[in-house]
Write a protein that binds this ligand. Structure first.
Ligand SMILES: N[C@@H](CCC(=O)N[C@@H](CS)C(=O)NCC(=O)O)C(=O)O
Length: 234
């Protein structure tokens, strides 16, 4: 593959991170451009039929949209394959990439929940999904399907990253007792491609975003920030 690649991004977007992780796993040089989703530039509106990031610009004037086709395109054209060779296993991996997207929706429900009851309910829905994964992922690891990092791992690294920030100020019980999932989460957090998919100020930017949700989680974060400030002033 010789065309230049540009990843049109947003600082927090977990779908953009999937593409950044795959590009990094394959050691492909690329440019990254960040846009403000609250003020989308005209060129972006023209290039993105759904108005969403990620977009991958290939060469001078071709834009690919939607993270799943983007990462599959990269997998087909660059470096060593991350998708498994066996068609049945590959179809299962595609399904678990979608499962990761459903978990992202569940994370949205968690941070947007307006009161404690809705928060608990969203937390239970997420837990049941991770309980399913506890029975599904490779028992030996280190990755989803075992020895090799796959597109499923690229989809879950950004999902787990939310919890690293949430757990600074909320006691979540979502992963309690799910030893295989917890081990997988740690492996992904330590992976260079996953770590490098966001900038160093990601936790702070996510907190700013969370504080604006006017949700139960916003209240917990605001209370925690007050306590931290008070402790620092003492
Ligand atoms: N199905 C899409 C989801 C991408 C997505 O939801 N992107 C969000 C940011 S994380 C976005 O661009 N939202 C802008 C908007 O909806 O206006 C994919 O997999 O690429």
């Amino acid at each position: 593959m010789t065309s230049s690649l540009t990843l049109i991004s947003h600082t927090l977007c977990p779908y953009v991170q999937r593409a950044a992780i795959v590009l990094s796993e394959k050691n492909v040089p690329f440019e990254r451009i960040y846009i403000d989703l609250a003020d989308k530039p005209d060129w972006f509106r023209a290039a993105s039929p759904l108005g969403k990031v990620p977009l991958l610009k290939v060469g001078e004037d071709t834009y690919l949209f939607e993270s799943a086709p983007i990462v599959e395109f990269l997998d087909e054209t660059e470096g060593k394959k991350l998708h498994p060779d066996d068609p049945v296993t590959r179809a299962q991996h595609r399904a678990y990439v979608e499962f990761a997207s459903q978990i992202l929706n569940g994370i949205g429900a968690l941070y947007n929940a307006k009161d404690e009851a809705a928060f608990k309910q969203a937390s239970n829905v997420l837990r049941s999904k991770f309980e399913h994964l506890e029975e599904t992922i490779s028992p030996v690891g280190p990755f989803f399907g075992g020895e090799h990092f796959s597109l499923v791992d690229a989809a879950f690294g950004p999902a787990f990253r939310y919890f690293d920030v949430f757990e600074e100020f909320v006691d979540l019980e979502i992963f309690d007792g799910l030893e295989t999932v917890v081990r997988w989460r740690k492996q992904l957090a330590a992976r260079a491609s996953v770590k490098g998919a966001v900038a160093g100020d990601y936790p702070e930017l996510l907190k700013v975003f969370l504080l604006k949700r006017q949700s139960w989680m916003s209240n917990l974060l605001a209370a925690h920030s007050d306590q931290t400030r008070l402790a620092a002033a003492e």
